[in-house]
Each structure stands twice: as structure tokens, then as C-alpha cells.
Design a protein around this ligand. Sequence first.
Ligand SMILES: *Cc1c(COP(=O)(O)O)cnc(C)c1O
Length: 347
Amino acid sequence: MNTVDLRSDTVTQPTAAMKAAMMEAPLGDDVFADDPSVNALQEKIAGMLGFDAALFVPTGTQSNLCGVLAHCQRGDEYIVGQMQHCYRWEGGGAAVFGSVQPQPLEHQPDGSLALADIEAAIKPDDAHFARTRLLALENTLGGKVLPLAYLQQATALARAKGLATHLDGARLFNAAVAQAKANGSDARTEARRIAGLFDSVSVCFSKGLGAPVGSALCGSKELIARARRIRKMAGGGMRQSGLLAAACSYALDHHVDRLAEDHALARRLAEGLCDIPGVQCEAPDTNILFVDLAGPARERSAGFIQHLAQQGILATGLYRLRFVTHLDVDAAGVDRAVRVIREWFRA
Ligand SMILES: *Cc1c(COP(=O)(O)O)cnc(C)c1O
């Protein structure tokens, strides 16, 4: 029985073809900036998203840290959503390592930060306050695609107020693929359209794109030069990292459009569960499905995740369950998950 691992899209194993690309990659020493595979990846992702430069880093956490610290000095602050990764899930790194203060805001139900809230959070130039320097947004956020029109308005507001803008686009390509489907466009065009609104964008290769390790920060030449110093200080200056970069390049070439399959599987899962009494789920925009347990389902939640695990279905949560589809999950796996979950709730 194969395990159906729906805990995260980070659990994917590199495919045989990806491993072959890694083994064939020409290597150098990236601290001397002469690893050809790292340089090729940086040029590829910068070019795809319409930036002058990019920096390969081991994790999305380090990418966001390099981004925030390249934009901000000690005593600056960045405006960010309460649920965003670069505020809530990164150990407070920008504050710890950079003395950059976060100004977190509550999200609207669609995941956005209200423009009025952003504007009200921008501090006047007054010695009482930290200097508001940066607006950081995330797309997708909890699997939700922030509307392009909203991103345009929020980044225009930031620019008008003299703020820089950073996008945590760990799952930018999931957003782009979903947006492309909605617009009858293509994912690369949409990714560029979203990224083009921001001064810097961080992208993860180790989520739905299926690479084992790696993220990139994209921005201007000057910003990336500053980020490179910060990466070194953070211990992220790697050597023959072309081995990893080659996997990421392979993912960009082969695993972008297929994200649509992950999105379809998340919808299939939602459709299989949504009529169970007390099981509440919104149709997912992308590859992340949240399921809230209420009433009779909530009463049966004790031991549920453990039971799923015994049946070879892995997920996270208690009353709010999270299921994430990815490269290593197929329709048969999703259907088995639906069956096991329905049996537990006797739906
Ligand atoms: C996964 C993720 C990151 C980075 O995570 P790492 O585990 O450090 O690579 C950053 N932002 C978002 C939104 C993420 O989902």
C-alpha cells in the first residue's frame, strides 16, 4: 500500500529525470560565483519573472530574510499579514537578525490586507516610530490566489507612499497556473504579470515544483548584491550548489504547467468530502485544501489523523485539517483518501 502523503507539497521526491539532470550538471564554486548551473538557474528565473538578477538560496525562509534585510535597515519596519510565512513561520528572523520590526495586519477573508489598513499602518516621519519601509505580501496565501487587481492596487499604494514591495511567492507558480486557467492565458505570462508588480520576489522550487532543495530571490542588481552579502552572513553561501540548482532548473522547464493537475486533485478531494455532515470546505483555488470540522464531524475528530495515518493517508490539523496535493499524489490516492475519510465519518 503506497502512502498518500498530503501533509505538504514539500515531501516530493526528485524524479528519475530530475536526478539525471542533477548528475549531469556542470559545477563550480558558487561563492566565487562560478558555478555554471547556479548562474544558469539565476538567469533563468530572473528572466522568466522579468528581473535583472536573482540569488539561489537553500530555503524560502532564507530568501525572505535576504529580501527583507536587503530592503530594510535596523529600525525600519515592514508591513505584513498576520498569517504570512515571513512574519509568523520564520522564527521572527527579520527582527532577530536584522532588527527590522514587523507591523502585522489582520487579513481579509480573501487573504488580502485591506488597503485602508495598509495606509493606516504607515508611520509618519517622527522619532517615535520605526521607519515604515516595506510592504510584504504572499501569493498564494494558504493556497488562495490574491486577485491581480488587488496586487496592483496594494503595490501602487506602497509605491505612492515611498515603500518598497516584496512578494513571498513560495507558490507563485501555483497562483500563475490558476490565474492562467481563469484568464485563458499561460502560466509564464501570469507569473511575470504578478512578479512585475514587486521590487523583489521569492520563489520556492522545493514545494509544488518538486525540487529537493532551493529557492530564489529576484530583484534589481543592486538589491541582489545586498542580498548576496546577507546570504553569506546567514551561512547560505554554498559551493557546488549547481547540483541542486540543476534540479530547480529542471523543475522550471518541466513542472510548471503540471501544477494544474495538483489543483484538479485538490478539487477532486474537496468534491469527495464536501457532503459529509459537519465537514466544511471551500473549493480550493490551487493545491491546498482546508477542511473545517463542525457538529457531528468535530465530535468524531479525536484520533482521526492517527487513524488516517494507520491507513496510509497523511495529513495535518485537528479541527481544521490541511490536505496538500503534489507531484507524488495521483487520483487513485485521492480517491483512497476520500474512501477512508468517508468511512471514518460514516458518510
Ligand atoms: C514554504 C514556504 C516558505 C519557505 O519555507 P522553507 O521551508 O524555508 O523553504 C516561505 N513562504 C511560504 C509562503 C511558504 O509556503
